[in-house]
Design a protein around this ligand. Structure first.
Ligand code: NDP
Length: 277
């Protein structure tokens, strides 16, 4: 039976480290959070960011902008925050109104203030192993895996999902640890090869957003399973992996909720401290 890989346990230790770093720097840090329009779906994330920031002594400056704001005006606003010395980092809340192109906008956030680690400059630095701010969810997955004590060198790692925020950066971080990395996606499933790849995984990370996509019986004995997916089924939140079956085979498995989620927001705060140093 697998041990539970719980984000909150690791988050508590990382928060201690962050507090120490902030205290040692003697700086007063500020995270600017920019929301355009009303987005009820992001309220829960905003609340969690504010709570986590304040618990670490970080000022959370919330900027709520009109939904009708043009792309040009939003860029101007971001550039003002870029040049404000009080602002150490900024986060753009999703979703943005349809008339705003996220990719275009995110390129205007100064790379040194990009706490989400998604500016092309920061993504590029991952290739050279020199990124200060890593994409938060990918970094959270790496922390969970580190906690298990496994040495990734030479291990078969299978990542299901190749999104820009999770699967792709995670594959690069795993390569940096000398894992043998297979990245599966919709093409893998359409080719009928998902099960074959998953069965080989010594470390399995799933970030798709489809409940029950990964059958528990596919999980290799002793595998480490990190389920990033969050799906609402009735009144419950579940991941992408069939938990009960997978738990019987894995050595470690993340619960959903309570696995990756609690760490993602801590990674945001760690990135802020890195940006400020
Ligand atoms: P995206 O929708 O951006 O990416 C999903 C990925 O899964 C894509 O690569 C997609 O391929 C692939 N995919 C879709 N269907 C299949 C399939 N049948 N077989 C194999 N691959 C498939 O999602 P995100 O990466 O943003 O998020 C993934 C999940 O993780 C979601 O449930 C999200 O809520 C959760 N999440 C959780 C976080 C946390 O902190 N716990 C943070 C971020 C995300 P293609 O694009 O080619 O269709």
């Amino acid at each position: 039976m697998a041990k539970l890989l719980e984000g909150k346990v690791i988050a508590a230790a990382l928060k201690e480290e962050i507090i120490k770093k902030i205290q040692a720097s003697g700086k007063k840090l500020q995270l600017a959070s920019v929301q355009v329009g009303e987005n009820p779906s992001s309220e829960v994330y905003i609340k969690s960011q504010k709570k986590n920031a304040e618990a670490l002594g970080i000022e959370y400056a919330f900027h709520k902008l009109e939904a009708t704001l043009t792309q040009e005006k939003l860029i101007e606003y971001i550039e003002t925050l870029n040049s404000d010395p009080k602002v150490n980092g900024m986060i753009l809340q999703m979703p943005l109104p349809a008339h705003i192109d996220y990719k275009k906008i995110s390129e205007h956030i100064a790379p040194g203030k990009d706490v989400e680690g998604m500016h092309p400059v920061n993504i590029g630095k991952i290739i050279f192993g020199r990124a200060k701010a890593l994409p938060c969810t990918a970094a959270a997955v790496m922390e969970l895996i580190k906690f298990t004590g496994i040495d990734l060198n030479g291990k078969e790692v299978v990542i299901v999902g190749h999104s820009e925020i999770v699967g792709k950066p995670l594959a690069l971080l795993m390569l940096d640890k000398f894992a043998t990395v297979t990245v599966c996606h919709i093409g893998t499933s359409k080719a009928g090869k998902l099960e074959e790849h998953v069965r080989k995984a010594e470390v399995l990370v799933v970030a798709v957003g489809k409940a029950g996509l990964i059958k528990g019986e596919w999980v290799k004995d002793g595998a480490i399973v990190v389920d990033v997916g969050i799906n609402r089924v009735g009144d419950k939140l579940v991941g992408d992996v069939e938990f009960e079956e997978a738990e019987k085979r894995a050595s470690w498995i993340t619960p959903v909720p309570g696995g990756v989620g609690p760490l993602t927001v801590v990674m945001l705060m760690r990135n802020l401290v890195e940006c400020a140093s």
